[in-house]
Ligand binder design. Structure first.
Ligand code: ZN
Length: 388
């Protein structure tokens, strides 16, 4: 009887406990096979609250409606200050998240001396652990936040220079609304040529993606037709209605990356920041909902691979100093939706710039519990890599 029991326990340990443990362990290496990091540019806690207030209004309630990511079981909070300022910009915050080091505002992937190159954890995942990598944004691919994951430059404004570094990363998929300085500073060479000369296939819009996609191809996907980009006018802060949603872009990215090898995806909701700079409540709400739609694609993936997937949703900094309620008035959603000029819409904005408010981190999946509590944004990368 005892022998039978021992044998049963041994088999139980080997077949149930070992795989359970092995599916999500953390010994100085990334625990999750599939990692998603969403960055809502400028998205503080109040931006999320205002968006949920809008959803609750649509449902005929005072509150209680939630975005997909705010239902995640683990919640943390990050400091966002940069090496030289309490109030960071996107490049210094993106670099802190991607490379685990503070740098000065305006710098991308370099230390505060402006010269020492910093390594993005996306590169570490690729080179040391064989992860495939996708970099997605609802704004241009060479904007500060996405660029922090693949490029190095002491100036975030050197857009064409950032584009030329895309192929050096060797990442499998890039997606965004365009490339700023599409034709280069001397207007002599299209970004498309630079990228295709380096082995990338550049596709414009969903039809071209569907036509060109083949396993093994490295793809740069631009959501809108090429004609919109061949202009000397940088489209920085130009609102372009993307013809391909961030959620569809995520689906394309997952198709390119596959599930055989481990992967990492960074997905930025970039225009949240631009809407907050403009103190545009409905624009902010809609852009957060668009990012949440892309989170839902990752969440569906997580449901199929729950033990191997980690999803994080955070922000680089807060923009606009928004509040849900102003001068004692609750948000008046009928006025806001209708665009009515009323004295007090119940949404407070304290600035058209960034703030130093700490930002939230929402986490679910493998090792998600490590992301609860209060910590610096430079520690996100070391937590992902399993170094803490
Ligand atoms: Zn930003």
């Amino acid at each position: 009887m005892m022998d039978k029991m021992k044998k049963f326990l041994k088999i139980f340990a080997l077949t149930v406990l070992v795989p359970l443990f092995a599916a999500c362990t953390s010994k100085q290496e990334p625990a999750a096979k599939y990692i998603f990091l969403f960055i809502g540019d400028g998205m503080g806690t109040a931006q999320v609250g205002v968006t949920e207030s809008y959803l609750s209004h649509l449902a005929g309630k005072n509150g209680g409606e939630m975005l997909c990511f705010s239902t995640f079981p683990y919640y943390g909070m990050c400091d966002s200050y940069s090496a030289n300022a309490l109030i960071t910009d996107s490049s210094a915050a993106g670099t802190a998240i991607a490379c685990g080091s503070k740098t000065c505002n305006g710098m991308v992937g370099v230390a505060e001396d402006g010269q020492t190159l910093l390594n993005s954890f996306a590169v570490t995942l690729k080179e040391d652990y064989g992860y495939k990598v996708g970099i997605l944004s609802s704004v241009p691919i060479n904007h500060a936040t996405p660029a922090s994951f693949y490029a190095h430059d002491r100036s975030r404004g050197n857009y064409f220079g950032l584009t030329t570094q895309i192929p050096l990363s060797g990442f499998e998929f890039f997606g965004g609304s365009g490339l700023i300085e599409y034709c280069g500073p001397d207007n002599d060479k299209d970004s498309e040529v630079v990228l295709e000369d380096s082995g990338y296939t550049v596709v414009f819009g969903q039809d071209e993606f569907d036509r060109e996609f083949e396993p093994g191809k490295k793809i740069v996907m631009i959501s809108n037709p090429v004609e919109e980009h061949r202009s000397n006018t940088p489209n920085y802060e130009r609102q372009v209605d993307s013809l391909v949603s961030l959620a569809s872009m995520m689906e394309n990215c997952l198709e390119v990356l596959g599930t055989k090898e481990p992967f990492f995806v960074m997905c930025e909701g970039g225009e949240i920041d631009w809407e907050c700079h403009g103190n545009n409540t409905m624009g902010m709400v809609n852009s957060i909902i668009k990012m949440d739609d892309a989170v839902k694609v990752a969440y569906d993936f997580y449901l199929k691979h729950p033990k191997q997937t980690l999803i994080l949703v955070t922000a680089d900094h807060e923009t606009g100093g928004v509040s849900m309620g102003k001068d004692g008035m609750a948000p008046s959603w009928d006025s806001i939706i209708g665009g009515k000029e009323v004295q007090n819409t119940g949404i407070g904005w304290t600035t058209r710039g960034h703030t130093g408010n700490p930002v939230p981190v929402y986490a679910i999946g493998c090792n998600a519990e490590k992301f609860s509590g209060r910590y610096d944004n430079t520690r996100i990368s070391s937590k992902i890599l399993g170094k803490e």
